[in-house]
Design a binder for this molecule. Structure first.
Ligand code: KIV
Length: 275
């Protein structure tokens, strides 16, 4: 159970205050029924653009739109009362200019009720982080392996394996922290680098394929529930088996339909003896 009061939604300043005192537990959610079940346990829910791959079976995250992400974020906010909900800004909705980023981020906040946005990008995007934060939009930065930059990075590969690459990622994280980001997601980087960034920054780091020493952890919910097929990423772990629960329920339902044990007359309206 999250240590934050269950009667109020966790705020961005409360997440920041976790640094050095308690770990931040975060997961993704895209739809109301899952978000409702996760809410009490978590400090933060991310409406990730990974929904493109996980929810829409697309090959990457590049084609999801602002309106689709806003609709998912609104559903997650309506279904929850506790966890701080943050939404991913989709590819192409913020990279052009800080003004473009503000227009889209403001529309996403107004249209969904989330508490902030996440954006992927190196130091070049720090100016955008500052522009949003100065205008009232909390920003969670995302550095290291950035799925929206897969075409530049040559796929989904762990980052920061050379000293030069590691120095650049540290500089990226610092730039966003200096620009006012409330936290930074460290994805797919070497463990010593994740530890070094966590020690260097005054804001929380949230790791995914990073280090147990990060200030918090995030995973894709479908990976921890066994809903991502047979293969899960090296950095994830299955904490439950929802796949078996769902598959077996579907089989029992189908069998009941075929055997005519479902529905019963008690489940019907205006029942008269069958002729
Ligand atoms: O889109 C996503 O789900 C993410 C995380 C898992 C960090 O960005």
């Amino acid at each position: 159970m999250s240590v934050h009061s269950q009667s109020q939604r966790v705020t961005v300043p409360q997440l920041m205050a976790c640094k050095g005192s308690q770990k931040i537990a975060a997961l993704t959610a895209y739809i109301a029924p899952i978000a409702r079940l996760l809410d009490d346990a978590l400090d933060m829910i991310l409406v990730g653009d990974s929904t493109a791959m996980v929810g829409y079976a697309l090959p990457d995250t590049l084609s999801i739109s602002v309106s689709t992400m806003t609709a998912h974020a609104a559903a997650v906010v309506r279904a929850t009362h506790h966890a701080c909900v943050i939404v991913d800004m989709p590819f192409g909705s913020y990279q052009q200019s800080p003004a473009q980023a503000f227009a889209n981020a403001a529309a996403m906040l107004a249209g969904s009720g989330v508490s902030g946005v996440k954006l992927e990008g190196g130091a070049a995007l720090a100016e955008t982080t500052r522009f949003l934060v100065d205008r009232g939009i909390p920003v969670l930065a995302h550095v290291g392996l950035m799925p929206q930059y897969m075409n530049v990075m040559g796929g989904f590969k762990a980052q920061g394996m050379t000293q030069m690459a590691a120095d650049r990622i540290l500089a990226d994280a610092r730039a966003h922290a200096d620009a006012g980001a409330f936290g930074v997601v460290l994805e797919g980087i070497s463990e010593p680098l994740a530890r070094q960034i966590t020690e260097a920054l005054a804001i929380p780091t949230i790791g995914i394929g990073a280090s147990p020493r990060c200030d918090g952890q995030i995973l894709v919910t479908e990976d921890i529930l066994g809903l991502s097929g047979d293969r899960i990423p090296k950095f994830a772990q299955r904490f439950g088996d929802a796949a078996t629960v769902i598959r077996e329920a579907a089989q029992r339902y189908a069998q009941s339909v075929r055997e005519e044990t479902f529905p019963t007359l008690d489940q019907c309206f205006g029942v008269r003896p069958l002729g």
